[in-house]
Design a protein around this ligand. Structure first.
Ligand SMILES: *Cc1c(COP(=O)(O)O)cnc(C)c1O
Length: 366
């Protein structure tokens, strides 16, 4: 390997200035730090995936745009395949959507927030505008609309899109849920923007923004197989949007991007969704049980959540993290985020894992 000279390599200043993604893997017996499913696919489905893989051709390229996969996703979600764009993780779509309508324009979002919207805005040369969450971490849609109005004046006479708006629903990392009526207002106020509703956790939250997306061509829903579906290792996410936006978005996806292996995993689970529904119901029940148990904690304050995790404000996040880890339980510190001083986030796991978490927190499991 050529030696490092200490001089920056010839890459764009925005890339040099960008921090690396803030994640350090840590080993622990009970892993509740990444909002994954604690359970792997049921054995029968793993066997089906392997069977299909065995029967496939590996020496030929897959579909150009993942047509078979888009059709299967569309059929499951009730969305036209022509408006469905699948790639290797919804993370990838966040970058592509910034490239599609944010470069040289704006990325408008809330703070605190899922780290990638801001990271991608900076990497791809979009002006980043972040609106603080309101009380109880609710998305302040009036403040977002005020920014859209302000932007309209600043951008008057300029050609091209105003930019991209990112709203995670449920919100990450707080778990709060923006009302659908507020998403509808935002959709009506955001002509000239792409409005991206990140639904990574929608299965845990009740009705999604799908009906709103059906009525507004500029709305994009982001979904993933990494959370409720329990396929974080497969790396697969997708956008549901209008045919008009999907056609442009596909131009930015590398040809043959989704491998036959990924496609098979998704098609098998989509054909057998029952296990997912059962696990989502169990996770929601566990979330409410852990939420109640945490209310007995003498110094921690737990926030209501519509996702598969809970955000907890503690007097000292580093100390809470370390003491849980010494009890064998790995959670995520969130105290470096705007407004989240002292906060940690715990993924809802199996009943046994959640009991271990409560014990490590000094509480008896209810
Ligand atoms: C986990 C998560 C995703 C999913 O990303 P993938 O790349 O599909 O694994 C997207 N958005 C948010 C807010 C998330 O928490």
């Amino acid at each position: 390997m050529p030696r490092t000279t200490g001089i920056n390599p010839p890459v764009r200043a925005a890339v040099l200035a960008s921090p690396e993604y803030p994640f350090t893997p840590v080993d622990a017996p009970i892993k509740l730090d990444q909002n994954e499913s604690s359970l792997d696919l049921p054995d029968a489905l793993r066997a089906k995936v392997l069977e299909h893989l065995h029967a496939l051709t590996w020496n030929r390229y897959p579909d150009l745009n993942g047509e078979a996969l888009s059709a299967a996703i569309g059929a499951h979600d009730g969305w036209p395949a022509a408006g469905t764009v699948a790639v290797t993780g919804s993370n990838v779509l966040i970058a592509l959507l910034v490239q599609l309508a944010g470069m040289g324009a704006r990325v408008l979002t809330v703070k605190p927030n899922f780290a990638l919207y801001a990271l991608d805005a900076k990497l791809w040369g979009a002006e980043l505008v972040e609106v603080p969450l309101g009380p109880d971490f609710v998305t302040d849609v009036d403040a977002l609309i005020a920014q859209i109005e302000a932007g309209r004046e600043a951008l008057a006479g300029r050609a091209g899109p105003a930019g991209v708006i990112f709203v995670p629903r449920p919100h990450a990392p707080t778990g709060s849920l923006c009302a659908l009526s507020d998403i509808e207002r935002l959709a009506q106020a955001s002509q000239g923007w792409l409005l991206v509703v990140d639904e990574a956790y929608h299965q845990f939250a009740g009705p999604s923004a799908m009906e709103i997306a059906r009525r507004h061509e500029h709305v994009v829903l982001l979904r993933t197989f990494s959370k409720a579906w329990g396929l974080a290792g497969a790396r697969l996410g997708y956008a549901l949007t209008s045919e008009a936006v999907a056609r442009q978005l596909r131009k930015l996806v590398a040809p043959f991007a989704v491998s036959v292996f990924q496609s098979v995993c998704a098609q098998v689970v989509l054909a057998h969704p029952q296990f997912m529904h059962e696990r989502v119901a169990a996770t929601i029940a566990e979330r409410e049980r852990v939420f109640k148990a945490l209310q007995a904690h003498p110094t921690w304050k737990v926030l209501p959540s519509a996702a598969n995790f809970l955000l907890i404000r503690t007097p000292d996040a580093a100390q809470a993290y370390a003491s849980l880890l010494s009890g064998g339980v790995l959670v995520r510190k969130q105290d470096s985020y705007f407004g989240l001083q002292g906060c940690i986030r715990v993924t809802i796991g199996t009943r046994e894992e959640n009991d271990a978490f409560l014990r490590a927190a000094g509480l008896s499991a209810a």
